[in-house]
Design a protein around this ligand. Structure first.
Ligand code: GLA
Length: 377
């Protein structure tokens, strides 16, 4: 795990002085409610300990210089002139651009960034760097911005600068995570509450060892399909369509399956949050149903994700499993009986490796706090 001391020492080594502040923002896993956020629906994510960290010090010339320890690369941009480029720096630049667009006065900085959120794995590495950067600007310029507003600003950066037409879930949980809890969020009203997780189970993240480029993926296509389906029903979003209405409609087969996923997934997320939030067995069943729906109706799984999820579901101590995040590659999660996780990881890992020749990795996550800033000592 990355620590404040580690990132402060990296800053010192690079710039020969101590940083002013340190910012940390977590990645996330989504327990249930997948591809529902951009349909005005319900999500139940949790922040994970894996986070992006930035140590930074003010500059007075409007320049932002950020060195990534992960890519061993220094990138720079100016706050007075924004030009699109490529790579990881676009997330930070997009946040600066959005804040400026909204009229915030910003200071530049020298910074060092490091993450232990696996990149492109469905764990929101992009929301983590967005929130960590946003908090860096907020700390240096004394901007009082509510966590929810921070999340919508970061989401805007990703949509309008990076070009990934994402929903709000990832930025919301990175901004608002709470130790020990999942966040139940109504993406239409923004009503939310914290939901304690079952005490007899742990969440195992299962990284298939496969990766995707989110903005190049079929994500934006799925979003457009959902919008087309809602339009067919004459509704603002699929949130307003019932399963019955969907099944009886003359919608094309593909759009009907997309809509059916969103409608049934909203019902599952509501059920977990409202009725069975401490019942691991019941949650597990809903996770399995969610995976099936994402695989068959929404078609955002992959052979590697399916193999991992099936093997998990067949292993002792597993209540249920499903892919998490946008899909197409990356990570799945399993809800596993407390005490069984070590044997579970050993068995699933061995079977998966033999079946796919890929190198998986596994970690147990505890729900962690959202983005925060520390004054460097
Ligand atoms: C990505 C997006 C989110 C959400 C998920 C799927 O993580 O950034 O907004 O749509 O996919 O649930």
């Amino acid at each position: 795990m990355i620590t404040t001391d580690f990132i402060a020492a990296a800053f010192q080594a690079r710039y020969g002085s101590t940083p002013d502040f340190i910012s940390r923002a977590p990645g996330r896993v989504n327990l249930i409610g997948e591809h529902t956020d951009y349909n005005d629906g319900f999500v139940l994510p949790l922040g994970i300990p894996h986070s992006t960290w930035i140590a930074f010090k003010r500059r007075n010339d409007g320049a932002v210089n950020l060195h990534s320890l992960d890519f061993n690369q220094t990138e720079s941009f100016s706050l007075s002139e924004f030009a699109r480029g490529t790579g990881w720096i676009e997330y930070a630049k997009g946040v600066a651009w959005t804040l400026r667009e909204q009229g915030f006065a910003l200071s530049g900085f020298d910074g060092v960034v490091k993450t232990d959120v696996p990149i492109g794995a469905g764990l929101s590495s992009s929301a983590a760097i967005e929130l960590a950067t946003l908090n860096a600007f907020a700390a240096l310029s004394d901007l009082a911005i509510e966590p929810m507003r921070k999340a919508t600003l970061a989401q805007r950066a990703e949509r309008e600068w990076v070009g990934m037409n994402c929903g709000m879930m990832d930025q919301m949980i990175s901004a608002m995570g709470k130790k020990g809890n999942a966040l139940f969020l109504d993406c239409r009203s923004l009503d939310h509450r914290y939901v304690p997780l079952p005490s007899d189970a742990v969440i195992v993240v299962m990284d298939t060892g496969t990766r995707r480029e989110l903005k190049d993926s079929r994500y934006n296509e799925r979003r457009a399909e959902c919008e087309a389906a809602a339009k067919f029903f004459g509704k603002a979003s699929l949130r307003d369509v019932s399963l019955d209405e969907c099944n009886r409609s003359a919608l094309s087969d593909t759009l009907k399956r997309r809509a059916r996923h969103v409608i049934s997934e909203n019902a599952r997320a509501l059920k977990v949050a409202n009725d069975v939030s401490t019942d691991s067995r019941a949650i597990g069943t809903l996770l399995n149903e969610s995976h099936q729906s994402l695989r068959d109706d929404f078609e955002v799984s992959s052979p590697a994700l399916d193999a991992m999820v099936e093997m998990a579901q067949q292993t002792d101590g597993c209540y249920g499993a499903r892919m998490t995040g946008a899909g197409f590659a990356g990570c799945a999660i399993a809800l596993v009986e407390k005490g069984c996780e070590a044997a579970f990881i050993r068995q699933v890992g061995a079977r998966y490796q033999v079946a796919t020749s890929l190198s998986p990795s596994f970690f147990v996550v505890e729900a962690s706090d959202g983005a925060e800033v520390f004054e460097a000592r």
